[in-house]
Design a protein around this ligand. Structure first.
Ligand SMILES: *Cc1c(COP(=O)(O)O)cnc(C)c1O
Length: 389
């Protein structure tokens, strides 16, 4: 059967070849140390799991949930935003729950993009932004994120014509894959830009609670007037090791939240209520576990940065998220670099080109590997004849 143009036009899955290489090596008996996995390796905190056990025993949670999410869950989100960012959100009209933030990120273009309309998308970036625009028959306009600009898009460099045509701008800070953070001043500029050109800002804030140094990530909704143009996606996946649970939300600009909700009534039927009760527990009672995971990522980051620097690698520590984004020496292709390292050591660092053309020359190292295995990886690199430069 012939696929629709929509499916045919999806970009190829760039990691397919990598997955094959890793699986083949494993089948050949290689002990692979994989730094490619953007999924926390630790379990969900016990209080959250216990709340789920309790909630699942209550038969009232077994029916269809409401599409917009339990009022108590949306209230918990609103209180969390007040406490963490000093942002006021009306839980009735400015918060919608999502089956993981990816669900909302992927559905948003269907609410605003007509065939041929465009959206501004960061490169490198989480692949869902681009593909969801394509699935809505829209045109992604890539915004390069380069090191000289601290991996922030250069708003002054966006063509006037592109800015005028764009309906949505996706942003993501702290950033996957670069680990970069955005300043409050940058967010102010973004909001001003969005108002000038009438663009919806869709800020993906999945890593706002994963910061490893003093600098604390902002919500874009902290900017005065942000709710006139912006929504923010957020998620329990990363701070609470809950990627498998599928629970997140979007919040901010009312009519956008309403449209996303309206679309969802036609596609899904909301989040299992027992999971929402577990989510409420996470939002109210799990500050300690955030501290635990960030301590863990910090320890791993420091070990890797120190170890690789000692081996002559040029590597800058990430201040937030759980990704190191490292520049490979100029005359080497990052895919080749990654493959060569893997063949010699069984240690896998992901070539950055998988997140977009401007990811070329970089590698992403996910800090989702246990300390003992990090030590093992460093030792193998040291003992191998792999040379960085
Ligand atoms: C992990 C991640 C998410 C979270 O996705 P969920 O669907 O909420 O699990 C969103 N955006 C980025 C950039 C991520 O890396």
């Amino acid at each position: 059967m012939e696929n629709s143009n929509r499916i045919k036009n999806l970009p190829p899955y760039l990691f397919a070849e990598i997955d094959r290489m890793i699986n083949e090596a494993k089948a050949d008996g290689m002990d692979v140390i994989n730094f490619g996995i953007g999924d926390p390796d630790q379990p969900t905190p016990e209080n959250i799991v216990n709340k789920m056990k309790e909630a699942i025993q209550d038969p009232t949670t077994h029916s269809y949930p409401s599409y917009e999410g339990l009022a108590e869950f949306r209230t918990a989100v609103s209180r969390r935003y007040k406490k963490r960012f000093d942002v006021d959100l009306d839980p009735e009209t400015e918060v919608v729950s999502l089956i993981g933030s990816k669900e909302g990120i992927a559905h948003l273009p269907l609410c605003y993009i007509n065939p041929g309309d465009s959206a501004l998308v960061p490169d490198p970036g989480y692949p869902v932004y681009k593909t969801s625009v394509l699935l809505a028959d829209g045109k992604p306009i890539m915004m390069p994120l380069i090191e000289e600009n601290n991996f922030l898009p250069d708003l002054d460099n966006i063509e006037e014509e592109d800015a005028e045509k764009a309906k949505i701008m996706y942003l993501n800070y702290p950033n996957n894959p670069t680990g970069a953070m955005a300043s409050f001043e940058f967010f102010e500029k973004v909001i001003e830009f969005a108002k000038k050109y009438n663009i919806i800002i869709a800020h993906d804030a999945a890593y706002t609670d994963i910061y490893l140094d003093e600098e604390v990530p902002h919500s874009i909704l902290e900017v005065e007037g942000a709710k006139d143009v912006a929504i923010e996606f957020n998620s329990l996946s990363k701070p609470y090791n809950m990627t498998g649970w599928r629970i997140g939300w979007a919040c901010g600009k009312k009519d956008v939240i309403e449209s996303l909700g309206r679309l969802k009534t036609n596609i899904d039927s909301g989040i299992f209520e027992a999971i929402q009760y577990a989510g409420i527990e996470a939002l109210y009672n799990s500050e300690d576990s955030i501290e635990e995971v960030t301590n863990l990522y910090r320890e791993r980051r420091d070990l890797l940065v120190e170890g690789l620097s000692e081996l002559g690698w040029e590597i800058k520590p990430n201040k937030a998220s759980f990704y190191l984004w490292i520049d490979v020496p100029e005359d080497i292709d990052s895919s080749e670099f990654s493959k060569k390292l893997f063949k010699k050591t069984g240690v896998f660092f992901t070539p950055g080109v998988g997140w977009g053309d401007h990811g070329e020359n970089f590698l992403r190292i996910a800090l989702t590997v246990e300390i003992e295995r990090i030590k093992e990886a460093l030792q193998r690199i040291e003992e191998s004849d792999f040379v960085y430069k």
